[in-house]
Design a protein around this ligand. Structure first.
Ligand code: PLP
Length: 410
């Protein structure tokens, strides 16, 4: 495939699918940048990682950007830097990825799972978060669902009012903005992901954003075993000796991957505009359908990254059969996410979160990526209507509810 003028590219995604869920794409010129990094002979964290951090600060407006090996690493370091530990609790949406809660748990603190804002607004509800605050609460961990800014400004205000720390899981949110601020810069720290399916997907990698110098210093230390001088700083003959100042981890990003992310950052806005076009196609096609509901778009003036596109099936439509039908037509789907409060790992946290449970039982994520062809969009839309119609008649045969209100119920 040729794109971006005469620059050829390679696109990935699940093999044998006409329309994969996500499709990481790297241009030849971008691959060259990574090759140059490998050919330079400096393969670990070094000057290219520092360049990426500068670019990230310039793009997001964050004062500090600390490159790490994954978003999970950035979340873990954020929680450690925020001082979370045994006896503390952090408010976390149950409708989140495992990393969102695990980062809290690995500090010795406990997640307190909280409800989403609505069946078509699957992000942490500021109202529910406020109601869940207790004396042990030290932090709120917000997650940008699919790259939607959600209630992040309200959550930041809430955290400020109650003296809590806000940490943002912005894994999906590269290129998402609310009130002119990049998602991931509203709280004490925010975490971006560069894993393959994300908007800056290169394989693995992450970035911690913060406006707090102490947090940035601690994060730099923790990502490299608390060592006082990096290998790059110790590279010449008069290299300083080093101390171990903190009990840290190996959460480094290496230079070749940092160079690649930096190259992708140049086309992030353009890619996100293309994602927005796919989002608009789906929205227009599905608006008014009695069989499904689409996650609410960002309000005017906000920008999402359109990392995930989710629909919510009407009650009574069998989701497994629906997904199987799409799969038969070559369309890959996914589920974002099984609820954490119901998972075996967090079974001690069992509670009733009806909106989260309804969304998690009925949501389906559809393919979305910047270079999606028109025929692929049409195939997805067609396959969705076909599967919904089949699910609809099946549901009627079983006497299930079939109305728009049934879609919105929950
Ligand atoms: C919402 C969310 N948070 C965190 C992560 C973890 O990102 P990483 O794989 O970069 O650690 C993911 C990964 O899919 C995610 O979807």
């Amino acid at each position: 495939m040729t794109d971006e003028g005469s620059d050829p590219s390679v696109s990935g995604g699940t093999p044998d699918r006409k329309v994969p869920l996500a499709s990481p794409r790297l241009l030849e010129s971008e691959l060259q940048v990574a090759m140059d990094a490998y050919r330079s002979g400096w393969l670990c964290m070094g000057p290219r990682t520092a360049e990426l951090e500068e670019s990230m600060c310039a793009y997001t407006g964050a004062d500090h950007a600390v490159a790490v090996s994954s978003c999970t690493a950035a979340l873990h370091i954020s929680c450690l830097a925020a001082g979370l530990g045994p006896g503390d609790t952090a408010i976390v949406p149950s409708l989140a990825f495992a990393a969102t809660a695990n980062a809290v748990t690995w500090t010795g603190a406990s997640p307190r799972f909280v409800e989403i804002a609505g069946i078509d607004r699957p992000w942490l509800s500021a109202e529910a978060a406020e109601a869940a605050i207790e004396s042990s609460t030290k932090a709120i961990v917000a997650m940008s669902y699919g790259g939607h800014p959600g209630d992040v400004a309200d959550l930041a205000e809430l955290a400020g009012q109650h003296g809590l720390v806000l940490i943002e899981d912005a894994a999906h949110a590269s290129g998402s903005w609310q009130n002119g601020r990049h998602v991931g810069t509203f709280g004490l720290a925010g975490a971006l992901s560069f894993s393959a399916s994300k908007n800056l997907g290169i394989g693995e990698g992450g970035m911690l954003l913060t406006g707090n110098e102490e947090v940035a210093c601690r994060a730099r230390s923790l990502r490299w075993h608390g060592i006082s001088a990096s290998t790059w700083e110790r590279r010449d003959a008069a290299a300083p000796e080093y101390n171990i100042r903190d009990v840290g981890l190996n959460y480094r990003l290496d230079d070749p991957r940092a160079a690649l992310v930096n190259a992708l950052l140049h086309r992030l806005d353009k890619d996100n505009r293309r994602r927005a076009e796919v989002d608009a196609t789906y929205r227009e096609a599905f608006s008014g359908s009695d069989d499904l509901l689409v996650v609410a778009p960002p309000p005017d003036g906000e920008r999402a990254s359109y990392c995930v596109f989710a629909i919510v099936l009407a009650e009574g439509i069998d989701r497994t059969a629906f997904r199987e039908s799409l799969s038969q037509r070559g369309v890959e789907t996914s589920i974002h996410f099984p609820p954490l409060h119901d998972s075996p790992a967090y079974k001690g946290c069992s509670m009733a979160l009806p909106l989260t449970e309804a969304f998690a039982e009925r949501a389906v994520s559809l393919p979305i990526f910047p270079h999606m062809e028109n025929w692929q969009r049409e195939l997805v839309v067609d396959a969705v209507f076909e599967a919904a119609a089949a699910g609809n008649s099946e549901s009627r045969a079983n006497g299930g509810p079939r109305s728009r209100s049934a879609v919105a119920a929950g």
